[in-house]
Design a protein around this ligand. Structure first.
Ligand SMILES: Nc1ncnc2c1ncn2[C@@H]1O[C@H](COP(=O)(O)OP(=O)(O)OP(=O)(O)O)[C@@H](O)[C@H]1O
Length: 249
């Protein structure tokens, strides 16, 4: 589903502040895999996600998504496959619009320009039933502006919105970093459920080793722009939480 071949990325090349952010990344992620990426600050995790979304084009290497060479495609042309949830709950939603209008926009995200989706009863029922999964009572606040909700509520809705438009790949870039423990737990459990229900291919970046232990069927550790561990399937299931702590000792 996602294939990265010999990806290199150097920022500020030739200057005193040159940074080799990625140095020869080779990574194949199969359809339906849920990959968790851990690594110290500055190890290249976000740069790797930016390569996949196309918000940064690689200095060297090849990127394929769904069998198509997308190496030179900018992010807006890759959005047909990819939805991304950021750390900041404010970045995924429009504050002034209602919950329902945000969902309408989300459903249009990958559709051709000019297409319109009316808010009819069928659409409202679909949105209500999706939101009810959260158990936050937000299905009764469809006409409330998004800006009046808490960070946790917005992040949970951002996740739901990401599956309104048939995206295939969900990228979660520290989605719970700004949330209290209870909201973080709801957001992570919702993400896990959506990934399973919609058979999504997913990547989660997290500094929470407990989440890295609980979620996903493959775990990758990055250091200094490289993948230094890649553990999948039964081997991941057999890891102990203490093993992960030892990786960072
Ligand atoms: N646009 C940029 N310009 C210059 N340097 C950058 C840029 N983006 C990232 N870097 C540098 O590249 C390196 C990798 O950064 P990246 O954000 O990918 O790390 P990370 O593993 O996601 O870190 P964190 O856990 O702190 O979010 C860092 O040294 C960072 O300062």
């Amino acid at each position: 589903m996602i294939n990265l071949t010999d990806i290199h990325q150097t920022f500020n090349r030739g200057k005193a502040n040159e940074v080799k952010a990625l140095t020869g990344i080779n990574l194949d992620i199969n359809k339906g895999e849920f990959v968790v990426i851990v690594g110290s600050n500055g190890s290249g995790k976000s740069t790797l996600l930016n390569m996949i979304t196309g918000s940064i084009l690689p200095g060297q290497g090849i990127i394929n998504i769904d069998g198509e060479n997308v190496t030179k495609l900018p992010d807006y042309e890759r959005s047909q496959w990819i939805a991304r949830v950021f750390q900041n709950p404010l970045s995924g939603t429009a504050s002034d619009l209602s919950i329902l209008d945000n969902f309408r926009l989300a459903a249009l995200r990958t559709k051709p320009k000019g297409l319109n989706i009316g808010i009819n009863n069928t659409f409202i029922e679909v949105v209500k039933s999706r939101i009810a999964i959260l158990g936050m009572g937000l299905e009764n606040k469809l006409y409330q502006p998004m800006g009046t909700l808490s960070g946790g509520q917005r992040q949970a809705l951002t996740l739901l919105m990401s599956v309104m438009d048939d995206c295939k790949i969900l990228l979660l870039d520290e989605p719970t970093a700004a949330l209290d423990p209870r909201s973080a737990d709801i957001v992570m459990r919702t993400a896990d459920q959506l990934i399973k229900d919609f058979s999504l291919t997913a990547i989660l970046i997290t500094h929470h080793l407990k989440d890295a232990f609980i979620y996903g069927n493959r775990i990758i550790q990055m250091a200094e722009g490289k993948i230094i561990r890649d553990i999948a399937g039964n081997d991941k299931a057999e890891l102990k939480q203490t093993d992960l702590f030892e990786w960072f000792a």
